[in-house]
Design a protein around this ligand. Structure first.
Ligand SMILES: Nc1ncnc2c1ncn2[C@@H]1O[C@H](COP(=O)(O)OP(=O)(O)OP(=O)(O)O)[C@@H](O)[C@H]1O
Ligand SMILES: [Mg+2]
Length: 486
């Protein structure tokens, strides 16, 4: 039952349209045929009756004299001639005024009961036409008086066979016409259903493409009907899906790139930490331990020294050794972390770094600080800006071969802008950045990462022969005393 109910839904739309058209045309044809048949039958039957009446009256007038003179032969002639002249005249019966049969047109005798159907002479009520049922079909029996019944009566039988034949012929013609129209309708329905369902089929194909993951699928949207509207909506939807997918893919790619950079940075941090520990241990071992050992041995010698005149000079030597050791330790401590950044803040630390950079590399650096503020910036922001200055200037020294560099530090209440510029060789940024991480160059990636961690923006602009400019823009997040963000 369920299957039977769902059957119309599983039939293709084309077949449905064709079925409806054929059903409609056939039904229309059938109704037209039936209506025409009944109307034709009525009209032809009336005509037959009129014609029969006219023939009967004509025969009655022609028979009057023959009846009066008793010319039965001529009357027979008329009766026989009538059937051969008129196809639908079935019989003629002529009676005298007393109702005795004088002449009839039957060759093989009068059919049983025909004479008893109507009484002759007729009473006024039975005058006129009655319909008789016979084996050959319906017959109109027309009763007409001859000379108003004074001479006799006649009955004329008009067969409806030819009438039915005409109606059947017309019906056949109409049937053929209906079939031909149905065929044309079928072809038309085929064409129309093809045209109507094509955009729907296209939509289905495109949707299947989208389901497979091919988001470039589009359908043509000619016209302004509902299907064209649907097509436009589909195209919009496909474009949105395509755009979102591309955006998502780009985001995933970006995320993967960032993850790769993070991994590399992590590795570098770990190896840098290890190297730094090795260096400190080496320094401590080679420099500080050696110096302290010499100091201990010297002091021991001093205590054991017999010659008091030598002790001041030895004590002086040991003092020098102790001070140079102290300097070593101090240098080590400064290298590990610029204490000036902790003690005095970002600007003095940068000034100090710039001065030592200029001395070391002989590159003129113009440091310009806008809106100098006395308030300290958050610690992580200060160290980030300091490390970026360090890395950017180190790159200038390493690669740019620049004569001049400049640093612009703009401190706004809610934003810090840092621009580091040089007039050196410059480089192809896109090409270089593609290979830097692979080749373990992490300076620029590190600056970018540090900036991103504080929610800032990092850009580097450079092209061969045009120098290099690093732009950093970081929002200042205010914190209250307890360290919570406002
Ligand atoms: N100011 C500059 N002038 C010219 N080339 C530069 C400049 N800054 C960077 N570059 C180019 O960009 C590349 C990448 O720099 P990046 O700082 O990322 O790596 P690195 O300095 O080579 O290595 P690391 O910083 O990891 O020690 C450099 O190898 C260099 O070719
Ligand atoms: Mg570098």
């Amino acid at each position: 039952m369920q299957k039977l109910l769902s059957l119309p839904h599983s039939v293709p739309l084309r077949i449905k349209i064709m079925g409806i058209v054929i059903l409609f045309v056939s039904l229309l044809g059938l109704i037209v045929i039936m209506e025409t048949r009944s109307h034709m039958k009525q009209v032809l039957s009336e005509q037959l009756e009129k014609r029969g009446g006219a023939i009967a009256s004509d025969v009655a007038s022609r028979s009057t004299n023959l009846m009066l003179v008793g010319d039965t032969f001529s009357l027979y002639e008329i009766a026989r001639g009538l059937s051969s002249h008129y196809e639908d005249v079935r019989y003629l019966l002529i009676f005298d005024k007393n109702g005795h049969l004088v002449v009839h047109s039957f060759k093989e005798g009068i059919p049983n009961g025909l004479l008893d159907i109507r009484p002759i002479p007729a009473d006024p009520i039975s005058n006129g036409t009655i319909t008789l049922e016979s084996e050959e079909g319906e017959i109109l029996d027309i009763l007409v008086p001859i000379a108003e019944g004074k001479v006799g009566w006649l009955r004329l039988g008009m067969s409806e066979i030819s009438l039915y034949r005409s109606v059947d012929q017309l019906s056949q013609l109409l049937l053929i016409t209906t079939v031909v129209i149905s065929l044309f309708g079928l072809v038309g329905a085929l064409v129309i259903s093809h045209l109507v369902t094509k955009p729907i089929r296209d939509l289905a194909t495109a949707s299947q493409g989208i389901a497979r993951g091919d988001y470039s699928q589009r359908v043509s949207t000619l016209g302004a009907d509902e299907i064209a509207n649907l097509g436009e909506t589909f195209n919009l939807m496909a474009s949105s899906i395509e755009r979102y997918t591309k955006e998502r893919e780009a985001l995933v790619e970006e995320l993967q790139d960032k993850e790769a950079v993070r991994q590399e940075l992590l590795k570098k941090v770990i190896s840098a930490q290890e190297n730094e520990r090795k260096r400190i241990s080496r320094e401590l071992h080679d420099e500080t331990s050696q110096s302290l050992t010499s100091l201990i041995i010297g002091l021991k010698l001093l205590t054991e020294l017999d010659a008091p005149n030598k002790s001041p000079s030895m004590a002086l030597e040991l003092k020098d050794l102790a001070s140079s050791t102290l300097q070593e330790v101090h240098r080590l401590a400064v290298e590990l972390r610029p204490t000036v950044l902790d003690d005095m803040g970002l600007i003095p630390a940068v000034e100090r770094f710039v001065n030592s950079f200029t001395r070391q590399y002989n590159i003129d650096v113009d440091l310009h600080v806008q809106n100098k503020i006395n308030k300290r910036l958050p610690g992580e922001l200060e160290i980030t800006l300091y490390r970026i200055v360090q890395e950017a200037l180190t790159n200038v020294a390493k690669y740019a071969e620049a004569l001049n560099a400049s640093i612009l530090l703009e401190l706004k209440p809610d934003l810090v802008n840092l621009i580091i510029e040089d007039d050196g060789w410059g480089f192809d940024v896109d090409q270089t950045l593609e290979s830097t991480i692979r080749d373990n160059h992490l300076g620029i990636a590190g600056m970018k990462e540090r900036t991103a961690l504080l929610g800032g923006e990092f850009t580097i602009e450079s092209s061969p022969g045009q120098g290099t400019t690093v732009y950093v823009r970081i929002p200042v997040e205010r914190r209250d005393v307890s360290g919570f963000k406002n």
